[in-house]
Design a protein around this ligand. Sequence first.
Ligand SMILES: [Fe+2]
Ligand SMILES: [Fe+2]
Length: 162
Amino acid sequence: MLKKSIESALNKQLNAELYSSYLYLSMSAFFETIPLKGFARWLRLQAAEEQEHGMKFYDYIIEAGGTVTLAQIAAPKSAWKSAKEVFDEVYAHEQKVTGLINNIMDLAVAEKDYATQQFLSWFVTEQVEEEANASDICAQIRMTEGAPGQLFAVNRELGMRE
Ligand SMILES: [Fe+2]
Ligand SMILES: [Fe+2]
């Protein structure tokens, strides 16, 4: 049985993962209009991945005997100045999410909830990968400064994401 404090934190993170999905889908839609379709594809797939993260929390809450409570999902912004601005925000957002996961882990440790610690460990590892991916793309975009045509090469590579 989940403690109420843990249940509440997990429900909040479920909402945060769905917000991440919403944010990346909005970014994807922005790239569709520029149009940089490779960036759009990468972010669309990332939005689907965040949806899956949300469902991992959803399933765990139920399996652990808790109650899923869905809250309103905040509207993400819909316009950016550049690809660089978008991916700087992706990277900052992933760092923020890492902090959120770490906070729930701190709570699970304090509450001696070993099952939730085990569940969260997947996300601790996942966030290392998420930050690395975002940081790499930021670096690739930075390399195109002064040679904007190179953005098409990054766009092509991101468009190959499976
Ligand atoms: Fe996530
Ligand atoms: Fe993420």
